[in-house]
Design a protein around this ligand. Sequence first.
Ligand code: ZN
Length: 116
Amino acid sequence: MHPESDHEKEKENPEPEINPLALRKIRRARTRLLVCFWTLPVYVISIWMLLNNNRDIDTLMWIYMSLYAIFALDMAYRKCPRCGNQFYVKSILLNLITSECTHCSLSTRPDSTRES
Ligand SMILES: [Zn+2]
């Protein structure tokens, strides 16, 4: 019977209106595309094996390209929950390296709440 709710108001979020779930979705969109890039060697090996067996590579090629297009578009359309701009897109370039909003530098990392 110990009420341990003394230090409940220890941390105050400076941006309470930003949904961490929205940030996680943005982060996942980027991870998906990166995973797609990591599978490139697998894709190349598959193409090479298919060619060696005189098989048709068109289907695999189209599937792979479509995956890239879908993931890239999905990532490009992600909106920043703070400033409302496209999170990864500044002008026309898709920024794969950043984990921060290209417009207002909002980070997708949940633990980086420090102000700079
Ligand atoms: Zn932003």
